[in-house]
Design a protein around this ligand. Structure first.
Ligand SMILES: [Zn+2]
Length: 232
């Protein structure tokens, strides 16, 4: 199968598009850090090879990847983690405190493995992220936001200098937002998380599914908040 499509978002910052159809998959964001790079989300395991091909298309080699940061552990976002870990033994996996233990223990309920036909083996977690943590990737400085509701350990990553938000499955474009009917989902809690995101000066909205918004991200989030308040 051909590589996934890749689009440049900013300098050293790329969007590897989800290949969604019969199977769910997630958007992946690749950020370069000198000779290395980091992925935000891994995508589902069925498309692992296509993701590697997309990385190669950017002139990078898989061995340059040093961190995999997960917005949350649902398999459409985390399913390729064992493949990455299998090829890169020093790869660091970062995830929220709440969902880190699921990866470490191996889990097929909360990560929706039984639904999507894959059992995640236990995966070592190098860093468990908390609200307010800040970390750098190349020229970018990300703030960790704990944004539960879609799942208890869902994280968003806000980069204030570039006004961009990696929003996982919390908010999507066009007023859409994450499902709350999976284990640990909670509609009221999701609304609170979206309220918090709506207060941020977001220009670029980079969600886990569907398209990205390169401007007016805050307006997109406010639209999601409006719809979420109506239906949740
Ligand atoms: Zn999800």
């Amino acid at each position: 199968m051909a590589a996934k499509r890749v689009q440049k978002v900013l300098d050293d910052f790329y969007w590897i598009m989800a290949r969604e159809g019969m199977l769910p998959d997630s958007n992946i964001f690749l950020v370069k850090d000198r000779k290395q790079f980091v992925l935000f989300d891994a995508g589902i395991h069925h498309f692992f090879k296509d993701t590697v091909d997309a990385i190669k298309e950017l002139g990078l080699e898989l061995k340059q990847m040093d961190r995999l940061i997960l917005t949350h552990t649902h398999l459409d976002h985390s399913g390729s983690t064992p493949e990455f870990k299998g090829r890169l033994k020093d790869l660091e996996v970062w995830v929220s405190e709440e969902e880190g233990s699921l990866l470490e223990q191996g889990d097929d309920t909360i990560v929706l493995g039984s639904m999507l036909g894959q059992r995640l083996p236990p995966i070592p977690v190098a860093k468990k992220l908390h609200d307010g943590d800040v970390f750098e990737v190349g020229a970018y400085s990300f703030e960790v936001l704990s944004t539960p509701g879609h799942s208890a350990g869902s994280l968003c990553f806000f980069e204030p200098n570039h006004k961009l938000l990696i929003s996982g499955d919390v908010v999507f474009r066009h007023g859409s937002f994450g499902r709350v009917d999976f284990p640990t989902g909670n509609g009221k809690v999701l609304i609170q998380s979206i309220e918090r995101l709506a207060s941020l000066p977001v220009e670029m909205l980079l969600p886990g599914h569907m398209g990205i918004a390169t401007k007016d991200g805050q307006r997109e989030i406010k639209l999601s908040l409006q719809f979420a308040r109506q239906v949740l």
